[in-house]
Design a binder for this molecule. Structure first.
Ligand code: ZN
Ligand code: ZN
Length: 159
């Protein structure tokens, strides 16, 4: 089973994949645990890591283990229920917003925010003109310094 969750697909590509793969994403049951994980993830815009989510979920399910939260997150991401963000060997982060959108990551503290600009589908068409690959999508992540880290860096300079 190939998972395309980390890619942003154009409608044409999705149609092609459906034709060529004929393998719908596996449906998974929305168990109580998964329901609570999804609820907690939906409450935040911070794109938490598995251990951050574990701390949130544990308040409602005191007996749940980190391994269980982690396994459920992977399954939920594989089934398209949530989005898994992993770039450049950094810690995996999770997102309840599954529509295509771009992210920005702070180079100093690693926090991830959404960037609210339209997804550029022309990039896929332009890339397709230059390669024999069947393009499945594209992934853009901006890097920068968040406002908190900018202030901290300024304070260090001021001292
Ligand atoms: Zn930062
Ligand atoms: Zn996001």
């Amino acid at each position: 089973m190939v998972v395309f969750n980390n890619y942003y697909l154009t409608a044409a590509c999705i149609a092609l994949i459906e034709i060529t793969m004929n393998a719908p994403a596996p449906m998974i049951r929305l168990t109580t645990q998964r329901h609570i994980i999804l609820e907690e993830l939906s409450k935040v815009k911070t794109h938490p890591t598995a251990s951050e989510l574990y701390d949130m979920v544990r308040k409602r399910l005191p007996r749940i283990g980190l391994g269980t939260v982690y396994r459920n997150l992977e399954l939920m991401a594989d089934s398209g229920m949530i989005l898994k963000i992993e770039v450049g060997g950094t810690q995996k982060r999770f997102d309840a917003t599954t529509e295509a959108h771009y992210h920005i990551r702070c180079s100093a503290c690693g926090k991830v925010d959404d960037i609210d600009i339209p997804v550029i589908n022309e990039l896929v068409a332009q890339a397709a003109d230059t390669t024999s690959y069947l393009i499945l999508g594209h992934h853009v992540e901006f890097t920068g310094i968040c406002s908190i880290c900018q202030k901290q860096q300024q304070q260090t300079l001021d001292q």
